[in-house]
Design a binder for this molecule. Structure first.
Ligand code: MN
Length: 416
């Protein structure tokens, strides 16, 4: 672990090797592009005012903004340059005593004292369905255990167009959504609050470069269009979903709210944790063929915290299990000429691993409610209760190097 002149606790997600980007609401001056080292938040717009990035060119101020989009739009040579300058400034011995006291006074804040805002203006959001374990579990539960995967699944990354307007940042609360539900013992639907509110453990990648309508992103170049990743909780109402999804897919069961972590971790920071993906058999069509380490070893976990109770971890999974890689998802998404825009989010789909404790939704963990989870207070969960807080965390580690995402947290309130 590289040392900084800022304190970094041993298990911090926010090591010197991370330097993620987010939007902090700085007291007295408003939303600014920020980063975080250890438990310290750094106002990058102030570093810019102090001249730290003059060598990268001083045209438009992309740090004094409400979202990261204009910063991301400057391109990877600029955003990587900013990361390098921050790294050199905050590395142990990188700043003189005068410099560090000036920075302390003007640009540094205790991270827990700053409200983090939704970091992106998300134009479009797509949700994939790329975990073979998840798709298999769902297929076994709802269709045919013998033919759990539908015939297309091994040939293309299945996805659907989601809703961008209801993506919110960690720390928010959501009222239990209402909708049409068809009870098993009745031919007619009823209207009311969902009784099967669920989370989906996912990661989402952020598009870093626009394409024009008609242009396709080749799979080998796809990563140059990806700026970074954040944690993503695709909240789902299973009873509403089961009734509405035929034949066009999820609709109101998914668009009432999805939750992201406030920090976007760059693809560069994730480089040391690259791993090969699973073998793809049958062989995929040429436009989806890839080589090399296309997956990332990211440890993920989900905890549930009932009101006034301790947290309880219900799932431990890993992003490396994904059958379809991000590059394949983006190549497939654009193969017909569909254009993509900076700030778009492409979520992985529920990330389930091979073992029971690694399933990425309550639907799978409790096997459609048939095997409830017992929380430390003795209460049972088939799905999520009112007052429950859902916490997703993710981090990579290798020897003594750690790069993490922090948290995506949401509390469920009763229906209003
Ligand atoms: Mn999903």
């Amino acid at each position: 672990m590289i040392k900084s002149w800022i304190e970094i606790k041993e298990n911090s997600d926010f090591s010197m090797e991370n330097i993620p980007f987010g939007i902090g609401n700085i007291p007295g001056s408003g939303p600014k592009v920020c980063t975080r080292i250890g438990d310290t938040l750094i106002d990058i717009s102030m570093l810019s005012k102090l001249g730290y990035f003059d060598q990268l060119g001083r045209d438009e101020d992309v740090f004094d903004k409400e979202v990261l989009n204009p910063f991301i739009a400057k391109g990877k040579s600029f955003t990587c340059g900013v990361r390098t300058i921050i790294f050199e400034c905050f590395i142990h011995g990188g700043a003189s005593e005068n410099e560090s006291s000036l920075l302390n006074e003007r640009a540094l804040y205790p991270a827990d004292s700053i409200e983090m805002l939704m970091p992106l203006d998300v134009g479009d959001y797509t949700d994939f369905y790329s975990s073979r374990e998840h798709a298999t579990n769902v297929g076994v539960m709802f269709r045919d255990p013998e033919n759990a995967l539908l015939p297309n699944w091994l040939h293309l990354p299945v996805g659907y167009h989601g809703r961008a307007s209801s993506i919110i940042v960690s720390g928010a609360s959501i009222h239990r959504p209402k909708g049409q539900i068809k009870p098993a013992d009745s031919p007619l639907p009823v209207f009311g609050p969902t009784r099967q509110l669920d989370f989906e453990l996912e990661l989402a990648f952020v598009v870093g470069k626009n394409t024009s309508l008609g242009q396709s992103v080749p799979v080998a170049e796809a990563e140059s269009y990806i700026f970074g990743l954040l944690l993503f909780n695709d909240l789902s109402a299973r009873d509403i979903q089961a009734w509405e999804y035929v034949p066009l897919g999820p609709f109101l069961s998914k668009n009432f709210g999805s939750v992201v972590s406030p920090w976007v971790v760059t693809m560069d920071a994730l480089k040391p944790f690259r791993v090969p993906g699973p073998m793809q058999e049958p062989e995929v069509l040429p436009y989806l063929r890839t080589e090399g380490d296309n997956n990332i070893d990211i440890n993920l976990e989900v905890s549930i915290q009932a009101a006034d109770q301790p947290e309880f971890t219900v799932c431990k999974s890993n992003f490396r299990y994904m059958y379809w890689s991000m590059s394949q998802q983006l190549a497939h998404h654009t193969v017909n000429g569909c254009n993509i825009r900076i700030g778009d989010l492409y979520a992985s789909g529920t990330i389930s691993g091979p073992e029971e404790g690694s399933f990425g939704s309550m639907l799978e963990l409790t096997w459609r409610g048939t095997r409830p989870i017992i929380l430390p207070d003795g209460s049972e969960r088939k799905f999520i209760d009112d007052g429950d807080t859902i916490i997703i965390r993710g981090h990579c580690h290798k020897e003594n190097l750690r790069v993490g995402f922090g948290e995506a947290v949401v509390t469920i309130l009763p229906s209003n």
